[in-house]
Design a protein around this ligand. Structure first.
Ligand SMILES: [Cu+2]
Length: 191
């Protein structure tokens, strides 16, 4: 809708109403991405985690807070097989068991297990360098994605027909992140 209004505004006489709506669009555009902050208090941490997945999933998931030295503390015990947390880059997420194994492999620079995993990131992410997960500081091939889910694991390569370019043309459409690396996975926008 925002793009449509902007187009119409350029094509005709630009009015104050359209300007106000466009300003509103800009605010919403910023809100589709989470901040890099990792809250240090439990209530704030849990509140941010809750933006990662549907309420009924988070309510029955294990919620963990990363501590120093690769340790984590469980803030909520889970019963549905999902684990929710805030990643070191500030992105809140909920992952199934295989999704967690995959993320540990990425974090530990290890080969991911030959499994398929699923991860919710319904708050969007804080951005990534699409050529490699361990070279984020280069800001090369930078891509930031709004609310999405991810299918991860080496077997995702069997899902054909998704763009595999380093520079993502449109992150509002499904695409492959980290193409050609052991960590390539599918990014599927949800709105
Ligand atoms: Cu993601």
């Amino acid at each position: 809708m925002c793009a449509k209004i902007r187009k119409g505004c350029l094509a005709s006489t630009c009015c104050l109403v359209a300007a106000v709506i466009i300003a509103g669009c800009a605010v919403r555009a910023q809100q589709q991405y989470p901040t890099a902050e990792i809250p240090t208090t439990e209530p704030a941490y849990i509140a941010k985690v809750k933006t990662a997945a549907p309420e009924q999933i988070v309510n029955k998931a294990s919620i963990v807070m990363m501590q120093g030295g690769g340790k984590s503390r469980e803030l909520q015990a889970g019963s549905n097989g999902y684990t929710c947390l805030i990643s070191p880059d500030g992105t809140p997420l909920c992952a199934d068991q295989n999704g967690m194994e995959w993320m540990k492999a990425v974090g530990g620079k290890a080969e991911p297990p030959d499994k398929i995993g699923f991860i919710y990131m319904l708050a969007g992410d804080t951005g990534a360098t699409n050529h490699h997960p361990h070279q984020r500081e280069t800001r090369m091939h930078w891509v930031q994605t709004g609310p999405h889910v991810m299918i991860v694991g080496p077997r995702v390569r069997e899902m054909a027909g998704y763009p595999r370019t380093l520079d993502v043309a449109d992150p509002n459409q499904p695409y492959v992140m980290f193409p050609g690396t052991p960590y390539e996975h599918l990014m599927l926008p949800t709105n």
